[in-house]
Structure formats: structure tokens, C-alpha cells
Ligand binder design. Structure first.
Ligand code: NAD
Length: 395
């Protein structure tokens, strides 16, 4: 029997509830898809507050080594204590494993309440750069020695005279590199080619930030031409393909993009963007198709193959332990994970069960409350009932 081990970090708050739901669904899907020929087991690892209390660190070297060894992990949400100088484990995982792609598919499931008229037109996969940009964490608070030194250097050595209030300015640095941009954009284009998608859009603010966000756009166009042989036709860029239409390479300024996803979402397919834009875009897009309770995500290093799949929402302390949390975010992330490790048949079973259950109006409280507001009919289920309903639809 072929067997595969996955590292599981259950997480804090609702983490245990959603992880338990996810492992049950995955076990049943693997059984149904491979009838005992393939197996998948979860190795539990601890991170976050639990790990801090037991081992003195929110993320230990042992856990990092375990993930590197098994290559693939899945995690629930982790609480970051505010104001205790503790770094986010999510950020640490991304940095220490160099998980430079944050991949967030955004797809509409019939039956889910949406604030837009034609949510079925939303079908995008966002590739957000995960390691650079203003998110790199290089910043100094207003009035600090660091801020004073940087401002002084900018004025004295760089001739900068545009800092309006130098005495009271906080300073942040936005590194955006050719290498960092190109590896992210390559991952997005490779995905679009493999999945037979129609287009890739580089979303940027290069009109204002010429060298950082503008650089991202230029490097994207350069890569499309040099590595993929992209050609121009009627002022548009295309990557040639055989047996299907060529892959269109587009670009859009971030603010216009946020309007366009509401007004004409059908025009977009795969998105490649920088860290901060990607953060806003992922959440705005997930709101169009049911919100954070159902949005899946993954952090991947496409060179080493190490990938951490995750629930994209937080620990939801207000509902933890009540048996009402929506487990779909981590379940759909698990479906992405199954695809990633070559267990595509099990992934398809899960997605098709999700589709059937939601179409029939079976939902947890988060979606049920929105359905009530929209005068939409639904059947309210607890997390456990929802899990069982999903499992009974794995056919
Ligand atoms: P949150 O996502 O935990 O909750 C926001 C709201 O959405 C709450 O009302 C919550 O009940 C609801 N909600 C979230 N997920 C839900 C689900 N699956 N089903 C039903 N309702 C759901 O965000 P927050 O309150 O800002 O953050 C709480 C904690 O989570 C913080 O400590 C924060 O640091 C952490 N956090 C972790 C991650 C992560 O690990 N990836 C992400 C975001 C926040």
C-alpha cells in the first residue's frame, strides 16, 4: 500500500474543531478514492502558544525539521499574542521555510450567499508574493533612533527632501527584487499553463511606485518574453500554446483591479501580485464568494517543494468550543493539498461533496446567518453535522 505522511498543526481557538473535521473528511475521501491502495496519515506537531508554554518557543526547530522532512504540512489558525513581543508563527513559517508563494484559489460554490449579482463569474487563483515588499518587517517607529538615522541618511546622502514631517515620521522599507518577483510570477504562469487557464494578470501600483511595483510589472513582462516566448498582438502580450488558445498576459493597477473584481470578475483568471496588494485582494475576493470561513490557502516554495496548507481565517475566539465553526476553509485547503501530493481523485471527491452539500443549502451558522438576512433558505448544521453530511456525500 502506498502511504504518505502529512504534518498537522491543529492551531489555537477553533483549530482543534476544524482540524478534527478535516482529518475525518480526508481519511474518508482517501478510502473512497483508493479503496485501501493508498493511505495518508497525519503527524501532529505543536506550534504557537501551546509550544511556547511547553518548549519556550512558538515555533521550534524540531517542527521546522519535521515539515522539511515530510515536505507538506497543514495547519489551523494560530493566535499571535498582541503586545508581548511574540512574532507571528505564520510569518515565521513563511520566512524560515522561504514559502514565497501564497496561493489562494477563489471559487464560487452554488448556494453560498454572496454580496454580488453574479458570483459564479468569480473563479480566480491569487499568487501573492510572500517574502518581500513592505511586509518584510523593516521599519522604525516615529522618533526612534533608527527612524532618525534613516531620515538623516536619506536627507544627507540621498538628497531626499520629500519627507513632510521628518521629526515625527515612522519609516518602513519596501524591498522588491527581480529574483523575488520573477520566482513568484514564474509559479503563477506555470500554474496557468498546467491548469489550462485563460490569462495571468500582474496587479501592481507601478504608476506611483515606479521601481518597486513598476519593477514587478517589468520583470513579469520580461520573464514572459524571455522564458515563455511571449509575443505582442494588438498591443497585448500572449504566451504561445498548442491545441488551445494562447495564454494572455495582462496587467492592472491595484485600485482599478479592486473595482474590476466586483464589476467584471469574469475577465480575470490567475493573478500575480506583490505582498501587500495580495493581502487586500485575497480577502476582498473571498468576501465575494462566502468570506473567510470557506477560503482555502497554501504557502509554497515551488523550488524545494515544501508547502504549508492552511485555514485562512483566525482562531475565532468568540465561537471556539461551541461546535458551530465552519470547517470548509481547512477542508478546501486539504483538497488543494491532496492535489499537490498527487492524490487528485480524493481532492475531486471532496470538492464535489462540498459542491453538493452547499447547493442543497446545508451550512454552518456563519453562512446561515447571512442567508437569513438575504431571505435565502438553508439548513443550519453544527460543525459535526456538517462534517458528517460532507462525508455521506463523498461519492
Ligand atoms: P478571526 O478570523 O479569528 O475572526 C473574525 C470573525 O470571523 C469572528 O467573528 C469569527 O467568529 C469569524 N470566523 C472566522 N473564521 C470562521 C469560521 N471558520 N467559521 C465561522 N466564523 C468564523 O480574526 P480575528 O478575530 O481578527 O483574530 C483572532 C486571532 O486569530 C488573533 O490572535 C489573530 O492573530 C489570529 N489570526 C490567525 C491567523 C492564522 O493563523 N492564519 C489569521 C488571522 C488571524
Amino acid at each position: 500500500m502506498e502511504s504518505r505522511e502529512i504534518v498537522l498543526i491543529e492551531g489555537d481557538g477553533v483549530g482543534k474543531e476544524i482540524s478534527s473535521s478535516m482529518t475525518k473528511v480526508v481519511d474518508e475521501a482517501v478510502k473512497a478514492a483508493y479503496k485501501g491502495k493508498r493511505r495518508l496519515s497525519f503527524i501532529k506537531a505543536e506550534a504557537g502558544v501551546v509550544s511556547l508554554e511547553k518548549y519556550g518557543a512558538t515555533l521550534t526547530d524540531d517542527v521546522l525539521s519535521l515539515i522539511k522532512k515530510h515536505k507538506v504540512a497543514i495547519k489551523g489558525p494560530l493566535m499571535t499574542p498582541v503586545g508581548r513581543g511574540i512574532r507571528s508563527v505564520n510569518v515565521e513559517l513563511r520566512q524560515k521555510l522561504d514559502l514565497f508563494v501564497c496561493q489562494r484559489p477563489v471559487e464560487y460554490f452554488e448556494g453560498v450567499p454572496s454580496p454580488i449579482k453574479r458570483p459564479e463569474n468569480v473563479n480566480m487563483v491569487v499568487f501573492r508574493e510572500n517574502t518581500e515588499d513592505i511586509y518584510a518587517g523593516i521599519e522604525w517607529s516615529a522618533g526612534s533612533d533608527g527612524a532618525k538615522k534613516v531620515i538623516e541618511f536619506l536627507k544627507r546622502d540621498m538628497g531626499v527632501d520629500k519627507i513632510r514631517f521628518p521629526e515625527t515620521s515612522a519609516i518602513g522599507i519596501k524591498p522588491v527584487s527581480e529574483e523575488g518577483s520573477k520566482r513568484l510570477i514564474k509559479a503563477a504562469i506555470d500554474f496557468a499553463i498546467k491548469e489550462h487557464r485563460r490569462n495571468v494578470t500582474f496587479v501592481h501600483k507601478g504608476n506611483i511606485m515606479k521601481f518597486t511595483e513598476g519593477g514587478f510589472l517589468n520583470w513579469g513582462n520580461e520573464l514572459s518574453k524571455e522564458k515563455y516566448g511571449a509575443y505582442e498582438r494588438d498591443g497585448r502580450l500572449y504566451i504561445p500554446r498548442t491545441g488551445e488558445s494562447d495564454l494572455e498576459i495582462k496587467s492592472c493597477i491595484a485600485d482599478a483591479f479592486l473595482q474590476n473584481i466586483i464589476l467584471k470578475s469574469e475577465e480575470y483568471d490567475v493573478i500575480a501580485t506583490l505582498n501587500l496588494n495580495g493581502d487586500y485582494i485575497s480577502d476582498a475576493l473571498s468576501a465575494l464568494v462566502g468570506g473567510i470561513g470557506i477560503a482555502p490557502g497554501a504557502n509554497i516554495n515551488t523550488s524545494t517543494g515544501v508547502a504549508v496548507f492552511e485555514a485562512t481565517h483566525g482562531t475565532a475566539p468568540d465561537i471556539a468550543g461551541k461546535g458551530i465553526v465552519n470547517p470548509l476553509s481547512i477542508i478546501l485547503s486539504a483538497a488543494m493539498m491532496l492535489d499537490y501530493i498527487g492524490y487528485g481523485e480524493a481532492a475531486t471527491l471532496i470538492k464535489s461533496a462540498v459542491r453538493t452539500v452547499l447547493k442543497n443549502g446545508f451550512v454552518t451558522k456563519d453562512l446561515y446567518d447571512t442567508m437569513l438576512k438575504n431571505s435565502q433558505k438553508g439548513v443550519l448544521l453544527s460543525t459535526e453535522e456538517f462534517t458528517e453530511t460532507l462525508i455521506s456525500n463523498l461519492v
